[in-house]
Design a protein around this ligand. Structure first.
Ligand code: CAA
Length: 296
C-alpha cells in the first residue's frame, strides 16, 4: 500500500524556497547547488562571523566560475541574489525544505531539528546532510519524523553528482520520492538507502582512507607514492591523502569514530593514530592550509 502511495505522489511537492542551516564547506556548497537550480535559498548561521564566512565561500566559488568562463557575471549576480543570509532560524518559516549541515554532533543536530520543528511550516521536509550519524535519532527529535530524510551531499557539493537519500523506518515514501525528484532538479543522482552507519559511500570509502593513513604512518610508502599509486593505478581523480585533505581531517576522524561505534567496532574503522594526532595539532587539510600537503 505504501509503495502505491509513493508512486501516486512521486515528486508532487513544489519546492520554491529552501533553507540551509550551517554554512561550513558543505552547507555553503549546498546553498550554491540550490541557487544554481533557480531555487530561493535562506542560508542560516549561528552568528555574524559564521554568516560572513558562508557568504565569502559562495562569493569565492561563484567568482571562480565567472573567471573560468562557466558563469556570466549576470547569472552570478542572479544566483547570489536568490540567497538570503540570516542569523538564527526565524527566517525559515516559509521554506519548503531545510537541509541541516551543522557539525557532526548528535546533540547539536537534535537541538537544531527541535528548533526547526517549531519554526518551519508543518508541510516542510527536514533533511540532514549528516555523513555518519543516525538519521532516525535525529528524526525523533522533531514533531514530524515521517517528514525527515537524510540528504547526504559529497564534497565539493557543486561538482559531485551523488546525493544519498537516507530513509528511516518512519520516513513517508512520498517524502523520499519528493527528495528524489528534487535531486533530479539539482542535476544530481539520488540513491535511496536505509539508515546504516556511513550509509553506502562512506561505509566503503573510509576503511580505504584509514588504511592509507596507516600505510604512511608505518613508513611502508611515502605520501606522494601512495597517492600516485591510487590515482594512476586505480583510475581515481585524486589519491586518498589528497582526498582526506579535501574532506577535512577533522571530518574524516569524526566519520571514522562514529562508524566505529555504530558499526560494531570494526577494526577497519579504528582511526589511525596519525590521523588523530594531526587533527589534535590543527592540521585539518585544505581549509587550514596544511594537512598531508601544504596549500598556498
Ligand atoms: N566548487 C565548485 N567547483 C569546483 C570545486 C569547488 N570547490 N572544485 C573543483 N570544481 C570544479 C572546477 O571548476 C572544474 O570545473 P570544469 O571541469 O567544469 O572546469 C572541475 O570541478 C574540476 O576541477 P579542477 O580542474 O580544478 O580539478 P580536478 O579535475 O582535479 O577536480 C575534483 C577536482 C572535482 C575535486 C576531483 O579531484 C574529484 O572528483 N575528487 C574526488 C572528490 C571526492 O571523492 N569527493 C567525495 C569525498 S567524500 C564526502 O564528501 C563524503 C563525506 O561525508 C565526507
Amino acid at each position: 500500500y505504501l509503495q502505491v502511495t509513493a508512486c501516486e505522489t512521486a515528486g508532487m511537492a513544489e519546492f520554491t524556497a529552501v533553507g540551509v542551516v550551517g554554512l561550513g564547506t558543505m552547507g555553503a556548497g549546498i546553498v550554491e547547488v540550490f541557487a544554481r537550480a533557480g531555487l530561493r535559498v535562506v542560508a542560516s548561521e549561528i552568528d555574524e562571523p559564521a554568516l560572513e564566512r558562508g557568504r565569502a565561500h559562495l562569493t569565492g566559488s561563484t567568482d571562480r566560475a565567472v573567471a573560468r568562463g562557466k558563469l556570466s557575471p549576470d547569472d552570478r549576480d542572479a544566483l547570489v541574489g536568490r540567497v538570503t543570509f540570516v542569523v538564527g532560524m526565524a527566517g525559515l518559516a516559509d521554506v519548503d525544505l531545510v537541509v541541516e549541515a551543522v557539525p557532526e554532533r548528535l546533540d547539536l543536530k537534535r537541538r537544531v531539528f527541535g528548533e526547526l520543528s517549531k519554526v518551519c511550516k508543518p508541510s516542510a521536509i527536514l533533511a540532514s546532510n549528516t555523513s555518519s550519524l543516525s538519521v532516525t535519532e535525529i528524526a525523533v527529535s522533531t514533531d514530524r519524523p515521517d517528514r525527515v530524510v537524510g540528504l547526504h551531499f559529497f564534497n565539493p557539493a557543486p561538482v559531485m553528482k551523488l546525493v544519498e537519500i537516507v530513509r528511516t523506518v518512519v520516513t513517508d515514501p512520498a517524502v523520499v520520492a519528493d527528495a528524489q525528484a528534487l535531486c533530479g532538479r539539482l542535476g544530481k543522482v539520488g540513491v535511496t538507502i536505509g539508515d546504516r552507519a556511513g550509509f553506502v559511500a562512506n561505509a566503503l570509502l573510509f576503511g580505504y582512507l584509514n588504511q592509507a593513513v596507516s600505510m604512511v604512518e608505518h613508513g611502508f610508502v611515502s605520501r606522494d607514492d601512495l597517492d600516485a599509486a591510487m590515482r594512476l593505478g586505480g583510475g581515481l581523480p585524486m589519491g586518498p591523502l589528497t582526498l582526506l585533505d579535501l574532506i577535512g581531517l577533522d571530518v574524516g576522524l569524526e566519520v571514522l569514530d562514529t562508524m566505529y561505534e555504530r558499526g560494531g567496532r570494526n577494526v577497519r574503522h579504528a582511526a589511525a593514530p596519525l590521523l588523530r594526532q594531526m587533527v589534535t595539532a590543527g592540521l585539518l587539510g585544505r581549509k587550514t592550509g596544511r594537512g598531508f600537503y601544504t596549500y598556498g
